[in-house]
Write a protein that binds this ligand. Structure first.
Ligand SMILES: Cc1cc2nc3c(=O)[nH]c(=O)nc-3n(C[C@H](O)[C@H](O)[C@H](O)COP(=O)(O)OP(=O)(O)OC[C@H]3O[C@@H](n4cnc5c(N)ncnc54)[C@H](O)[C@@H]3O)c2cc1C
Length: 482
């Protein structure tokens, strides 16, 4: 049975050509899974707008999480396979039209992630230099060329408020507070970020969420990592315990119970520290919606405070369909207001995906509200030859492990649906790009850039020293490096 099914699948794959848009983890894991099929005529071509691959693994994941970035090594496996080709520095929508992919490939996989960030929606948010979105801040310390000149004024700031409490907020707090020398030594954090963090006067970070404790978005692993920084002189200062007093009497699920016990344990540890054992503190706060901010009258580049509308919470016990009891929070805005003194605000309320320009014309659906391509298990709704995976398929949540799982399932679905055809695939695409004088970065070129970054890093005693200029990357591809 297995042999017959396998033969059927392989025969349908003859001369099948797949275009993958985006070289983040979702695009790579999907490609690797497709390449597991041994069909010699399969082509998987990956298009990435940046010269460098890896998406948010390179420009999102925190420098002190090198183990997470190890998936990049796994992605190198694609280069062993001639059926795979990397087209770096090729943006779909500008260097190549989406229609040109449909004309030349049998299937198109959207794996292009998110390129926007959610906004707070408060007046002045877009213009004030001391309101810096997490996307920019993260890009700045991770060497994203778009944000290398951000230069956040950390040398003039004491208190930072982070709005949103997902794992990105936890990363930000760690970056802002962890001691410079020990914590970041050897990592690939950029030199410009390290230089500014060295001058930083930040000693208080407050992570604020609109909803309640049970709705906290961070995972316990990342939360504990931040709590453990007390060993490096960074203390958990507390949370609005009185708002959630009833939680201690509730029979919570495993994850919530663990989260509550972590809070109680580390509050205890903080209370045992003597006053001068550390001067940096961080806090959790809840049930606060930002409505405005006040600018520092003495330095208009900084803030004086951020203002919130308070919400009330009622936690109800409800019986789920599985007959197990769960808690549901009812959160309502009140007429009470509060503020937190701070000089810098970092909104971290999620990234946002957008449709490509030709979607309407080509009949590719897009759900603007959710910021995703509507799909069933990655099969784009109403488009047989189109698939999506990762953040563009599910919204800006999910970690790299979820990309591993969904891409394996998606590769099976793609293989089932793939038809062989006479489409030309990469030969036509290469001619089009040559005609348009696009400097395509292939995998060998990328290896040169990577080698350059590693060599420079070695000289500085770090894993790598990222090139923070795309033009410089393109120059390196042409250089004869020894
Ligand atoms: C700050 C931050 C920290 C994180 N830390 C962790 C962590 O520690 N552990 C973990 O497991 N997960 C972490 N994540 C989540 C993880 O990064 C994502 O789950 C994952 O990167 C999503 O993969 P993706 O392939 O869907 O999108 P992306 O990684 O965003 O990749 C999309 C790629 O598509 C490219 N692209 C976009 N438009 C085009 C176009 N028009 N043409 C061609 N290419 C295009 C982009 O340049 C990008 O390279 C973090 C996320 C963030 C934001």
């Amino acid at each position: 049975m297995f042999i017959a099914r396998r033969f059927f699948s392989v025969s349908r794959l003859l001369s099948s050509k797949v275009a993958v848009i985006g070289a983040g983890p979702s695009g790579f894991y999907t490609s690797l899974n497709l390449l597991r099929d041994k069909d010699p005529d399969l082509q998987v071509d990956m298009f990435e707008k940046n010269p460098c691959p890896f998406g948010l693994v390179r420009y999102g994941v925190a420098p002190d999480h090198p183990e997470v970035k190890n998936c990049q090594d796994r992605f190198q496996d694609t280069r062993e396979d001639a059926r795979f080709q990397y087209f770096g520095n090729v943006s779909i929508g500008s260097d190549l039209k989406l229609k040109e992919l449909y004309d030349n490939y049998d299937a198109v996989v959207y794996a292009y992630g998110s390129s926007l960030e959610n906004k707070l929606g408060i007046p002045g948010e877009e213009d004030h230099p001391a309101i810096i979105n997490s996307r920019a801040f993260v890009g700045w310390y991770n060497g994203d060329p778009e944000y290398k000149d951000l230069d956040p004024p950390l040398d003039k700031v004491k208190s930072v408020v982070i709005i949103g409490n997902g794992n990105v907020a936890i990363d930000l707090a760690r970056v802002l507070l962890a001691p410079i020398n020990d914590h970041w030594k050897g990592t690939d954090i950029t030199d410009h970020a390290l230089a500014m963090l060295n001058l930083s006067t930040v000693n208080k970070v407050t992570i604020v969420a609109r909803r309640g404790f049970l709705e906290s978005k961070f995972t316990n692993k990342e939360f504990k990592e931040l709590l453990e920084l007390y060993k490096e002189g960074v203390h958990f200062g507390g949370w609005p315990e009185q708002k959630f007093a009833t939680l201690n009497d509730m029979t919570l699920g495993r994850v919530d119970k663990r989260r509550l016990s972590l809070v109680n344990k580390y509050i205890g540890i903080a209370s045992q520290q003597n006053e001068d054992s550390g001067s940096k503190e961080w806090f959790l706060d809840y049930l606060k919606s930002p409505i405005g901010f006040k600018v520092d009258p003495e330095n208009s580049e900084l803030l004086r405070e951020i203002i919130f509308r308070e919400s009330s919470i009622t936690i109800e016990k409800i019986e789920g369909q599985d007959h197990k009891y769960k808690y549901k929070s009812k959160i309502e805005p009140t007429n009470e207001f509060s503020s937190i003194e701070c000089q810098l605000v970092i909104p971290s309320i999620g990234y946002k995906c957008k449709p490509l320009a030709e979607f309407k014309e080509l009949g590719i659906p897009f759900d603007d509200k959710r910021g995703v391509i509507p799909n069933v298990d990655g099969q784009v709704q109403g488009k047989e030859d189109s698939y999506c995976v990762g953040w563009i398929a599910n919204g800006s949540r999910g970690n790299i492990n979820s990309a591993v799982m969904t891409s394996a399932l998606l590769a099976d679905i793609i293989q089932e649906g793939l038809k062989s055809s006479n489409k030309e695939g990469r030969s036509v695409i290469e001619s089009l790009l040559t005609e348009r004088k696009v400097q395509v970065v292939n995998w060998e070129d990328w290896m040169k850039i990577e080698q350059y970054e590693r060599t420079l890093g070695e000289q500085k005693g770090k894993i790598m020293d990222k090139v923070t200029d795309y033009n410089r990357m393109l120059e390196i591809c042409k250089e004869n490096l020894s």
